[in-house]
Each structure stands twice: as structure tokens, then as C-alpha cells.
Design a protein around this ligand. Structure first.
Ligand SMILES: NC(=O)c1ccc[n+]([C@@H]2O[C@H](COP(=O)([O-])OP(=O)(O)OC[C@H]3O[C@@H](n4cnc5c(N)ncnc54)[C@H](OP(=O)(O)O)[C@@H]3O)[C@@H](O)[C@H]2O)c1
Length: 251
């Protein structure tokens, strides 16, 4: 499993989950490289503790350096499910960073650029990808975000790389856009609810960004999490320590 000599690429490192993933990897003394579209902005977040490379998932040639020599990829990129400024409209009408571009084609570009000896591709997908006809997922998928996530999942599995596919419910806690790294490392779930994992896509509920980051990082330490796709929500009373081995062993 992951060791101190491994290099882990976090795609989407400036995002709510991505920042927490980076903080948790650093807390475990692991080597982190971040993929960002805006290096200057990301530098102000990570204070030189992370190697940052600029790249855009939509432009495969910008991913070559970022993926070179990495052992693991944790992909927590994403755009909004519904039209917003983050879709980067061209001339106010043509979206250029919508779910199809980022969550489907973009992730496929990342997979295509991954080194042939990649040890694991960890992907933050979404609850509902296998239940798109059911409420509330039908609504969530109006602009195709779940279609796009599912296409990416399929590409990751088809690549033959060892994978871990994580399907969170509605994200809560954060994003931690104005916190420093030490604050992020200490970040806890406000709700103090337990982590629930279940194979496939049957859970409904909310998921703390902190626990999405936790499961991304912890999965690297367990063979039990390899080639698994599962949902994660928070529910019930939180034990003092989350037993990840037990959680993964039920998958
Ligand atoms: N919100 C929910 O309720 C929900 C539910 C289930 C799953 N999810 C998924 O959970 C994941 C994490 O969510 P979050 O709230 O942490 O996301 P977030 O804060 O919106 O962060 C998204 C990240 O993606 C990056 N990104 C966007 N377009 C990109 C592109 N073209 N090339 C490279 N990077 C790009 C952004 O970087 P920039 O700084 O360059 O913009 C940012 O770092 C996402 O995959 C999301 O789809 C969300």
C-alpha cells in the first residue's frame, strides 16, 4: 500500500474536498502534488508545502507534466450540477466547463495521461449515478452531471488501473476556502455523525467533505478498498475513532 516514497497527485486541490485531501496527506507525511488551473492562487493556499503544477482537465497536453512519475491519483475535481459562472460560458451562451467537459471528458483525459504503472486511481463520484431515474437524482441530473460522473467511472474501470470509486451524498461542511493548512488538518465534522459505507449506490443522505477526504486518503492504506465502488454518508453516533479497516472490510 501507499508509502512515504510514493507521489500522490491531487486533482482539484483548490476545491473543498481537494484542500482537505492535501491537508490529510501532509499530516501523514506523504508526498503531495497538486493539479490546479491557477498556480498563483493555489500557492497562497498551500504555503510551499505542496508541489503545484498548472493544468486543465479539458486540455490533455497540460496534464503531461502533472501526471509524470505519480504513483497515485486522487481526483476530486468537479463543476456545479446546474449552470453557474463556474461553467465558464463563452459569450454568455456556450458553456466550456460544464459537467460533460469536466466530470466526463476531463477525467477521461486524466486517465489517459496517467502513468502505466499507476498504483491507484481514486475518484470522487456521486451518489445517484446508478439511480438517475429516481428522485432527487433525476433533478440533479437535469444538466447531465450524473451521466458525466458515470462515464468517468466507466473509463476508470476500463483503464485497468486499480481504482477506488467513492460516491458521496450531498456534501456538507466547507468548502474551506479561507482556512490555513493547520486549520484544515484539524477540521472535524460539525454533525459528529458516523461514517457509513455501502457497496454500490444505495445510500441517501449527507456527507461531510471532511469524511470524503478521509475516505480518499484512508483508502490508500487498505487493499480492501482496491477495485471497489461504494457510497459514503454520515449517519448515527460517531465513535471516538473511525475504524476504516472495519468499514472497508464490509464492502
Ligand atoms: N456538492 C455536492 O453536494 C456533491 C455531491 C456529490 C459529489 N460531489 C463531488 O464531490 C467533488 C468535490 O466537491 P467540492 O465541493 O470539493 O468541489 P469544488 O470545491 O467545487 O472543487 C472543484 C475543483 O475542481 C477543479 N476544477 C474545475 N474545473 C476544472 C478543470 N477544467 N480542470 C482542472 N480542475 C478543475 C477546481 O479547480 P479551480 O480552482 O481551478 O476552479 C476545484 O479545485 C466533486 O467531484 C463533486 O462533483 C459533490
Amino acid at each position: 500500500m501507499v508509502s512515504k516514497s510514493d507521489l500522490i497527485l491531487v486533482a482539484g486541490i483548490t476545491g473543498g474536498v481537494g484542500q482537505l485531501v492535501a491537508a490529510k496527506l501532509l499530516a501523514k507525511n506523504l508526498n503531495v502534488r497538486g493539479l490546479t488551473r491557477n498556480k498563483a492562487q493555489a500557492e497562497s493556499m498551500f504555503d510551499r508545502q505542496v508541489e503545484l503544477l498548472e493544468g486543465d482537465l479539458r486540455e490533455p497536453n497540460t496534464l503531461v507534466s502533472a501526471t509524470k512519475g505519480v504513483d497515485y491519483i486522487i481526483c476530486c475535481t468537479g463543476t456545479t450540477a446546474f449552470p453557474s459562472a463556474r461553467w465558464d460560458f463563452i459569450n454568455f451562451v456556450q458553456p466550456s466547463n460544464d459537467p460533460q467537459a469536466v466530470d466526463s471528458e476531463g477525467v477521461k483525459n486524466l486517465v489517459a495521461n496517467a502513468p502505466h504503472d499507476l498504483k491507484r486511481f481514486v475518484f470522487v463520484s456521486s451518489c445517484g449515478v446508478l439511480r438517475k431515474e429516481q428522485f432527487p437524482f433525476k433533478l440533479l441530473n437535469l444538466f447531465g452531471v450524473l451521466d458525466a460522473k458515470l462515464e468517468a467511472e466507466k473509463a476508470i474501470i476500463a483503464s485497468g488501473f486499480p481504482y477506488t470509486i467513492i460516491r458521496p451524498g450531498r456534501l456538507i461542511d466547507g468548502p474551506y476556502t479561507s482556512y490555513d493548512l493547520n486549520t484544515l488538518i484539524r477540521a472535524k465534522t460539525d454533525g459528529k455523525k458516523a461514517v457509513v459505507l455501502e457497496n454500490g449506490d444505495r445510500l441517501n443522505g449527507e456527507t461531510s467533505r471532511v469524511d470524503v477526504a478521509n475516505v480518499c486518503v484512508e483508502s490508500l492504506f487498505y487493499e480492501l478498498a482496491v477495485n471497489r465502488d461504494f457510497a459514503i454518508i454520515n449517519s448515527g453516533e460517531r465513535p471516538q475513532n473511525t475504524n476504516w479497516e472495519q468499514l472497508f472490510s464490509h464492502l
